[in-house]
Design a protein around this ligand. Structure first.
Ligand SMILES: [Zn+2]
Length: 94
């Protein structure tokens, strides 16, 4: 996936960071990890939102004639999420 300009890259990172600011449960989990040694995955949802923003930008950057329809977008996006989950499982097993 790619961004076409710096504003789009900043937008995706902003969405990632903004997730923390608007999600009290995630904030609590971060505090628990830092203070009680728990191992909550505080990145997963933020990464998911970041991928969604990047994907949306990627689609918007395509010429209209090449843009996948909404059903195809959902399928592509779901496969991104599934692949990411798969990568995380592999990483945890190492
Ligand atoms: Zn993060």
């Amino acid at each position: 996936m790619s961004t076409e300009n710096i504003d789009q890259a900043i937008g995706a990172v902003g969405a990632h960071e903004g997730f923390y600011a608007t999600n009290p449960q995630n904030i609590n989990q971060k505090i628990e990890n830092e203070n009680y040694g728990t191992n909550h995955d505080i990145e997963r949802e933020a990464d998911k939102i970041e991928r969604e923003v990047l994907f949306e930008q990627f689609i918007n950057n395509m010429s209209p004639i090449n843009r996948p329809d909404i059903n195809m977008r959902d399928r592509i996006l779901n496969s991104f999420h599934e692949n990411q989950m798969y990568l995380r499982i592999i990483q945890k097993q190492k």
